[in-house]
Design a protein around this ligand. Structure first.
Ligand code: UDX
Ligand code: ADP
Length: 463
């Protein structure tokens, strides 16, 4: 096989970890990750591995091992494209915030820009791989741009969706359930598929490398995320019913999870799913279904989002109701801001929406998250509070440690399931809070009995 140089456009949560693992497993291939964002590239090149722009367990160790050996981070996008045999596109595809498909369709402007840059710069044949989650048939758009360059360069477009979950990215990349490669039926398409499969075969068993046509591959990614999100919304729907009836959602989840047809995973009731993929991909699916006139299909999947929005909203409402129907000028401590543990990513985190609702009830919020910066937290909130009037409080701050965060608070809201929360001196936290002291455990991670023995009033999800 012939691949000597790989270029990855986009040094984000997908591009960074994926290329680090490819570089580690394929020492003879030179991998260059490029990004327009200079600060992000500088952070990837920082000699202090604690300053990498993305926190993932195990990632800093791999970057430390392979960076400047065969893994490079650079802002020289065109140079890296020109030199590469294989180009991964890992740029962001956020939901459109304007025009047709606003709030639903994926904004493909970053993808299109990449395709146009590749078309302009490439002088030799290239395999171009869609890594970012894209709506079905995006490959056709990329192909159309690349095929009209008129300079005789041949491009093969593959879809190779990423199934890694943040917080376990390295583990997922090293031992994936499957690697999916979608390509063209033509001989050239099949050769391109084989080139990419060969790279993965350096560490992934052959039977886990699945090849399909491009559209099946693109749609499989949306389908996988829709199914996973649907499980979370399903258990969250049951959590509300459990609260009304006296059933315990944790017990229900254990009971149904033991049915081998259902299984245990993705049955943790929560304050709502977040992350960059679930909401965006389902909205995408809904938009695609609508554009084919499949309204019932669209409505079916949209309900997963409606349930998730309801779950976030009802968590905030429950806090207000329990604190005697007012949180005005009361301090509420947030433990966790990231959308799940072991990541510094906050995209679509439930914490943002719960905080916004409580600020509109004029609460004061103090936040602690082991990996999220105050700047990130404030920029998340600015976006959501942009449409609110001046009656909404803006009194929110990020603290250095959990003990200060909870001091003098009326209630604690657990928004992320960081393991360290379980190890805290909860008696000390209780002693320094206003009484009665409430805990709203949005992740059902703390020990209810222990907290109730101390004196806390504990409210979990679904019990
Ligand atoms: C997801 C997919 O899992 C991954 O395959 C895809 O490539 C990208 O999208 P990610 O968003 O990183 O990954 O995290 P995931 O572990 O799927 O969690 C998503 C959200 O669902 C989180 O907010 C998580 O807390 C929540 N969740 C998950 C629950 O509330 N309950 C569960 O049982 C599982
Ligand atoms: P993901 O979670 O999908 O990896 P991120 O937002 O973390 O998404 O990363 C995407 C990266 O792609 C960002 O760092 C962004 O600056 C980069 N990017 C977007 N468009 C381009 C482009 N045309 N050329 C190079 N990098 C780009």
């Amino acid at each position: 096989m012939n691949i000597k140089k790989i270029c990855c456009i986009g040094a984000g949560y997908v591009g960074g970890p994926t290329m680090a693992v490819i570089a580690q497993k394929c020492p003879s291939i030179q991998v260059t990750v490029v990004d327009l964002n200079e600060a992000r590239i500088a952070a990837w090149n920082d000699t202090d591995l604690n300053k990498l722009p993305i926190y993932e367990p195990g990632l800093a160790e791999i970057v430390g091992e392979v960076r400047n050996r065969n893994l490079f981070f650079s802002t020289e996008v065109e140079k890296a494209i020109e030199e590469a045999d294989m180009i991964f596109i890992s740029v962001n595809t956020p939901t459109k915030t304007y025009g047709l498909g606003k709030g639903m369709a994926a904004d493909l402007k970053y993808i299109e820009l990449c395709a146009r840059t590749i078309a302009r710069v490439a002088k030799t044949d290239k395999i171009v791989i869609e890594k970012s989650t894209l709506p079905v048939r995006t490959a056709a758009a990329i192909k159309s741009i690349l095929d009209h360059t008129g300079n005789g360069v041949q491009f093969q477009i593959l879809s190779n969706p990423e199934f890694l979950a943040e917080g376990t990215a390295v583990k997922d990349l090293l031992a994936p359930d499957r690697v999916l490669i979608g390509g063209d039926d033509s001989i050239e398409g099949q050769i391109a598929i084989a080139e990419l499969a060969f790279i993965y075969s350096n560490w992934v068993p052959q039977e886990r490398i699945l090849t399909t046509n491009v559209w099946s591959s693109e749609l499989s990614k949306l389908t996988a995320n829709a199914f996973l999100a649907q499980r979370v919304s399903s258990i969250n729907a049951m959590s509300e019913l459990c609260e009304k009836t006296g059933a315990d959602v944790n017990e229900v989840a254990s009971a149904i999870g033991m049915d081998s047809r259902i299984g245990h995973k993705f049955l943790k009731a929560s304050v709502g799913f977040g992350g960059s993929c679930f909401q965006k991909d389902i909205m995408n699916l809904v938009y695609i279904a609508q554009s084919y006139g499949l309204q019932e299909v669209a409505d079916y999947w949209e309900q997963v989002i409606i349930m998730n929005d309801h779950q976030k909203r009802r968590f905030g409402r429950n806090i207000v109701k329990t604190l005697y129907n007012t949180v005005a000028d009361k301090k509420i401590a947030f433990l966790g801001w990231a959308f799940k543990k072991d990541t510094n990513d906050t995209r679509e985190s439930a914490a943002i929406y719960v905080a916004a609702d409580l600020l509109c009830e004029q609460a004061n919020i103090a936040v602690f998250d082991p990996k999220v910066t105050e700047m990130q937290m404030k920029s998340d909130l600015d976006l959501v509070l942009a449409g609110c009037d001046e009656t909404c409080s803006r009194d929110v701050s990020m603290q250095e440690d959990a003990y200060n965060t909870c001091k003098d608070a009326h209630a604690i809201a657990v928004l992320t399931e960081w393991d360290e929360f379980k190890t805290y001196d909860w008696q000390r936290i209780y002693d320094n809070m206003m009484k009665p002291a409430f805990i709203f455990d949005g992740r059902n991670v703390l020990d209810r009995k222990e907290l109730e023995t101390i004196g806390f009033i504990y409210k979990g999800i679904g019990s």
